[in-house]
Design a protein around this ligand. Structure first.
Ligand SMILES: *Cc1c(COP(=O)(O)O)cnc(C)c1O
Length: 371
């Protein structure tokens, strides 16, 4: 985490709670996903807040994240990247973490560790049904069940898969085919006497595919207030979610530029009219990407000020010609801000050339305040 800069990241915990309640009302049993420091919102803080609202389980990525979460949370922790290093296997046994398991060597090593410690280790079987990333493939299902039948020190509890394109409205058929593939895998497990909780839905699956909810839903991005369907014909499926992250920085200088005057490195922008510019105290070292040079807006006094010229290391220029009454020290909002002009994560992501997930994860590396 960077903690020597002027940028200020605020996490609104009431909005987080409101999103959690909204999503809880849509699902049957949530496994909130708080990997990557809760998408930049603070893993331990988010876990404590949601646990106080009744969350009894969380999904993280690495085993290290799971160990860190165990410091503040007694309930179910699922590590979705599974064991990789030797110490991961020990940590999983010691901290009572449920790992995603997607390779035969993981099954073998976990069984060995469980045998040594004398405690059965609960596991979640991960299958690839169309994402093409982690997971056993459908054709390996019988081999997996046979192997598990011999690994008596393991306790298979969950059967999981991940949706690739549930947030793309054109991919409804593809998404449902992933469900049918998971159904076939489920049938093989049931036929071999396994009784597993099944989980496939991410945020988009939770919001738009009740038929793919199975036993446990794993929302991530929607918890933090980004609607998977923003700007699509399915937008209303994520209605009511509120973005929790707000990012601001102080104004530290004004400049009056005559027509034709340039601003910032490389003179990439020139005033087309007499312009009043403000310099704000954040730049790419604060992870406000240099790719935002001459792109997008910040919010000052409730109004949009365009970013002008190149984003610098610790500074950025904005055009405030049309926004009166600004003083040194006032806040410029890179994300959020008050009023109907508030900058949404979807807009910032669009200007940035990325998705809200990356905007949150990256800006969340800065020093955060939870309110
Ligand atoms: C990140 C992740 C999720 C959550 O996805 P969202 O799109 O953020 O809801 C769910 N399951 C797995 C396996 C993940 O890696």
């Amino acid at each position: 985490m960077i903690d020597y800069n002027k940028i200020k990241v605020t996490i609104d915990t009431n909005k987080l709670i409101s999103n959690y309640r909204l999503l809880s009302s849509k699902g049957s049993n949530l496994l909130p996903v708080i990997k990557s420091d809760a998408y930049g919102h603070g893993m331990q803080e988010v876990a404590k807040i949601l646990a106080a609202q009744g969350a009894d389980s969380f999904g993280v990525g690495t085993t290290e994240e799971a160990v860190k979460l165990r410091e503040v949370f007694d309930g179910t922790i699922v590590s979705m990247l599974g064991p990789q290093e030797e110490e991961d296997y020990r940590a999983i046994a010691e901290c009572g973490v449920i790992p995603f398991v997607f390779r035969f060597d993981q099954i073998r090593k976990l069984n060995e560790v469980a045998e040594k410690t004398g405690n059965r280790i609960p596991i979640a079987l991960k299958f690839d049904t169309g994402m093409g990333r982690l997971g056993f493939s459908e054709s390996e299902t019988e081999k997996v069940t046979e192997r598990l039948n011999r690994c008596t020190h393991l306790k298979p509890q969950m059967l999981c898969s991940h949706l690739a394109s549930a947030d793309v409205t054109d991919y409804e058929d593809f998404t449902r085919e992933q469900g049918r593939c998971l159904d076939r895998i489920m049938a093989v497990f049931a036929g071999s006497g396994f009784n597993l909780k099944v989980s496939m839905a991410n945020s988009a699956g939770l919001l738009a595919y009740p038929d793919l909810h199975y036993d446990i839903q794993r929302p991530g991005i929607a918890l933090y207030g980004s609607n998977s369907f923003a700007g699509t014909t399915w937008q209303e499926k994520g209605e009511g979610l509120q973005s929790c992250m707000e990012v601001s920085t102080p104004i530290i200088q004004f400049r009056n530029l005559g027509k034709g005057s340039p601003i910032s490195y490389g003179c990439t922008w020139r005033a087309s009219r007499p312009t009043r510019a403000a310099i704000v105290a954040s730049g790419y070292a604060d992870l406000f990407s240099r790719g935002l040079s001459n792109k997008g807006f910040m919010l000052v006094n409730g109004k949009r000020a365009p970013v002008i010229g190149r984003v610098c290391m610790q500074m950025t220029a904005i055009d405030i010609t049309d926004i009166p009454g600004i003083e040194i020290g006032d806040s410029a909002y890179l994300l959020g801000g008050m009023g109907d002009q508030s900058i949404t994560p979807e807009e910032l992501a669009e200007w940035w050339g990325t998705i809200t997930y990356e905007v949150f994860c990256v800006l969340g590396f800065n020093k955060r305040h939870h309110i």
